[in-house]
Design a protein around this ligand. Structure first.
Ligand SMILES: [Zn+2]
Length: 202
């Protein structure tokens, strides 16, 4: 077990956000019944996974759960500001500027942070190959950030890490029949009134 949900200070708000992360992971893993929450240790809830569904996202999570490194996922709201412990490129930034981030904090610790609120309900978007704004729902954002985590774990982060993560993200988009983004651009933002979610698993 090496993948965790961080419940922060365990205030009611953070527990609720933790339950959104759990729901997002359930969608990411397409309701694989082998996905379970373990027993909480301090603020961390370990994820347990006995994989029974084959697929890009299930394989991704399975490799992270079985990793020797710790990967900690923290869901936040639209008011989150990246703390002093975060890397230079995001420190002090408001989460809505990027939606989510993943970084290696120490050799054995990787952090994932993402906005569970879709910018307070305004909805994030990215661009497709024609330059159109397309939806970037929570489970896809999480797949993108967990792709970065996967490559940190494997020590094979590309010299173009966003192209790498966006290519993986497109594998998940394909898996759920959702439009692909242009993997060559990191452009995006929030403000998409008619955003769609991925097809929900049973
Ligand atoms: Zn990224």
């Amino acid at each position: 077990m090496a993948l965790f949900i961080d419940l922060g200070n365990r205030t009611i708000g953070e527990i609720l956000i933790g339950s959104i992360v759990d729901a997002d992971l359930t969608q990411l893993m397409r309701c694989d019944p082998g996905y379970l929450l373990g027993i909480q240790i301090d603020a961390l809830v370990p994820l347990i996974y006995h994989q029974s569904f084959a697929g890009f996202s299930q394989n991704l999570v399975n490799s992270l759960v079985n990793s020797l490194k710790n990967i900690i996922i923290k869901g936040v709201d639209q008011n989150y500001i990246f703390p002093p412990s975060s890397p230079d490129n995001v420190r002090g930034m408001l989460i809505t500027a990027i939606g989510g981030a993943c970084w290696q904090e120490s050799p054995d610790l990787i952090r994932v942070v993402y906005d569970t609120t879709q910018a307070g309900g305004k909805n994030y978007y990215v661009l497709d190959n024609a330059g159109n704004k397309i939806s970037f729902p929570n489970a896809i954002m999480l797949a993108h950030e967990l792709s970065h985590a996967f490559h940190f774990v494997n020590g094979d982060t590309s010299s173009l890490p966003e192209v790498q993560a966006e290519t993986d993200e497109n594998s998940f988009r394909d898996q759920v029949g959702f439009p692909e983004r242009n993997a060559a651009t990191h452009d995006g933002g929030f403000g998409l009134p008619d955003a769609e979610d991925i097809p929900l698993c049973p």
